[in-house]
Ligand binder design. Structure first.
Ligand SMILES: NC(=O)C[C@H](N)C(=O)O
Length: 350
């Protein structure tokens, strides 16, 4: 279908998951950028323009996001694909695999960059997953918003404009998968959501930002540098990801939840431990028993930052938090790694 809208020509066609594709045709030589839309608050709407917590995430279409930012056509030839339209808490392994495969195909073709619109709650998990599964120097940029599109001073339109600009920028090449929110450019590998409500929520406390936006232009602080321990997994033949559960440690804890997770089919466990990877003594013993049976148990820190060093139990995660360790463990198991190889993947993070 072709139609005219605000002087821009676009077409709508069906794609993979039965969602629409939309293309803004443009006369001038501009970078080709595809936006893969998945929902989130950036596509959220509320009855009240001041309500920033009680709203429906993933309720506006990619078309509505485009219409809110007519300037997009000035910086790129933008194509949009609606991959999903959900709150990011409902992002599934299927959606992750679809995003990875679609982005790889687009970047191996004529697209200079890919933008993924996403809810912020689990954005870092998708961003980390893509940073482990896209082996291409072209930019991949994840973007979201903290205020729904219907709010006064919604942050989504500017965030989207900056994400598309970044994905089409030659300065963004070979910087890994990136996250853009609130004018800041962060590495997907390190960044995490640190605040439940404010706009300035994505931070990498130790590693810092890669750069920021000034007057719509990306300014980078560093020449491209690879994260330590960067590994790649080929998702092209993957159809599913194994169940991995995260267990949160507290005082006086036994192994009931851990055993329940295994009974439910978990192929590995992430233990979000205290301090730099500590837990009650009886649990240490259980972790060692599981390791002897070949079940990987990765130890992270519930403090939210810092480092988990070598322990006499489990596999230490180094700098990776629990949710990112879960993704790495899923990919390692899905691609057939044994206990020794899994340990090596995590050793590389340290
Ligand atoms: N700011 C947001 O996008 C939060 C929303 N619950 C989501 O992750 O989809």
């Amino acid at each position: 279908m072709k139609q005219l809208c605000s002087g821009i020509i676009f077409s709508i066609a069906a794609i993979g998951l039965g969602m629409p594709t939309l293309t803004y045709a443009n006369q001038q030589p501009k970078p080709n950028v595809t936006i893969l839309a998945t929902g989130g608050t950036i596509a959220g709407s509320s009855k009240s323009s001041t309500d920033t917590t009680n709203y429906a995430a993933g309720s506006l279409s990619i078309q509505t996001l485009f219409d809110a930012v007519p300037n997009l056509k000035e910086v790129a030839n933008v194509t949009g694909k609606q991959i999903a339209n959900v709150d990011s808490n409902d992002i599934t392994a299927d959606i992750l695999l679809t995003l990875s495969k679609t982005a790889n195909t687009l970047l191996n073709g004529d697209q200079q960059g890919v933008v993924i619109t996403h809810g912020t709650d689990t954005l870092e998990e998708t961003a980390f997953f893509l940073s482990l599964t896209i082996n291409n120097k072209k930019p991949v940029v994840l973007v979201g918003a903290m205020r729904p599109a219907t709010a006064i001073s919604a942050d989504g339109p500017m965030n989207l404009f900056e994400a598309v600009t970044l994905a089409g920028s030659k300065h963004a090449v070979d910087r890994g998968v990136m996250v853009v929110l609130n004018d800041r450019i962060a590495s997907a590998y390190y960044v995490t959501k640190t605040n439940a409500v404010v706009n300035d929520t994505f931070k990498a406390i130790e590693q810092g930002y890669l750069g920021l936006f000034v007057n719509g232009q990306p300014k980078f602080f560093y020449t491209p540098a690879k994260p330590i321990g960067q590994v790649y997994f080929d998702t092209s033949k993957l159809k599913s990801l194994p169940r991995i559960d995260i267990i949160y440690i507290h005082q006086d804890q036994d192994d009931v939840l851990l055993q329940a997770a295994l009974k439910a089919g978990a192929k590995g466990i992430v233990i979000d431990a205290t301090g730099n990877g500590n837990m009650p003594k009886p649990l240490e013993k259980v972790v060692n028993e599981l390791s002897n049976k070949g079940i990987p148990v990765v130890i992270t820190s519930r403090t939210g930052s810092g480092y988990v060093s070598d322990k006499s139990y489990g596999i230490s995660s180094g700098f990776l938090n629990a949710q990112k360790s879960r993704i790495l463990l899923q990919l390692a198991i899905a691609t057939g790694a044994n206990h020794k190889q899994i340990t090596e993947y995590f050793d590389k993070q340290r």
